[in-house]
Every structure is written in C-alpha cells, then in structure tokens.
Design a protein around this ligand. Sequence first.
Ligand code: URA
Length: 202
Amino acid sequence: MTEQSLDDDLHVNECERCPALVDSRSRIVNGVGPTDADLVFVGEGPGATEDERGEPFVGRSGTVLDDALRDADLARSDVRITNCVKCRPPENRDPTAAELDNCRGYLAEELARVGPELVVTLGKVPSEHLLDESVAVTNRTGEVFDARVGGTSHRLLVCLHPAATLYDRSQATAFEETIRRAASLAGLSEGDPDGQSSLGDY
Ligand code: URA
C-alpha cells in the first residue's frame, strides 16, 4: 500500500510545494463529487472563480460542463470533478511542468482511490499530462486511451476544454458529443451499446 497524502475526502489540506501558487492562491481547490465515482473529469487548474469559491469548474467553463452533463442525463453530483493542479496559477497562466509534477502524486492518488470506469481529460494540459505525449485535442476529442497514472492504469477519454466552446461556438457539438460518449463509456447512460449494461440488465 502506498503512503496516503489525501484525507478521507480525498482532500489535500496543506501544501507549499509550489512557491508561485502558494502566493497566488486564496485556497487549495480540491476535487468534488463522489469518492467512488464511475466518471472523473480532470481539468487544468482552478481559475479566479474556482479560487474564490473553493470548487473546480464553477465559473463560465463550469456552466458549459454542467449543461453538457445535463444534456447527457447526468447531474454534476453524479461525477467527480478535479484538476491537475489544485491551486490557481497567477494571471490564469498554464501550470508549469514543475507545478504539474508537484501535484501529480495527489491526482494519481485521487484517481487510484476513486477507481473510476473512465477518466475524462478536459483540454490539452490534462490530456498531455496524463498521456505523457503531445495531443492535438481539437482533432482527438472522443478518443480513448489506456493511461498509467502513478502505479494505476485508467481508461481515459480525451475531450475539448469546455472553454473552447466559448471561444469557438462550432466546437460545442463536439464537446457535447464527447460528454455523452463519456457517460456511455462509464456505463452511466441506460441501454447504450458503449456502456456497461448487457442484455441481462433488461
Ligand atoms: N478550468 C479548469 O481547467 N479547471 C477549473 O477548475 C476551471 C476552469
């Protein structure tokens, strides 16, 4: 058994590994949602609204994600939502490689302890971080991979970042389709051939 650094709620309670993030954050923004969720969404890192409210994806991107979840017949409370880094980078810059590395163990432990059917990476930063290769997310949204995170294997679905649909409305359909596919792959949409239900379930 590996040493645990998250508490029973899978929260990081204190961390000072990244000096720039310690300076820029108001608080650590931990993942939310069931600790045994079948579906986990991984974003890049908290923005200003998330930093203020202490919850991932509660700003404009969060509204896009919530709408797409609803469209896939899921509630936000059905899934777990977390980020690669748990503290807000200054001026909304991307997290550095060192910051991603510093937070990697927390994410790996969170994913290992949740043990979801599917991990969905929202955007380029989490997709490249967890797949450890460069990913052209716009072309590859909806693709499924096997990824090893820490010592644990996960089934991973690449998805556009919800903010991409705010910059470019034409991406909205692909985003919504990928979220529906995620629900299906995680076995959360009823009677879907991609899902886990079998004829025996009917
Ligand atoms: N974007 C992210 O990647 N994560 C959040 O929590 C909010 C916006």
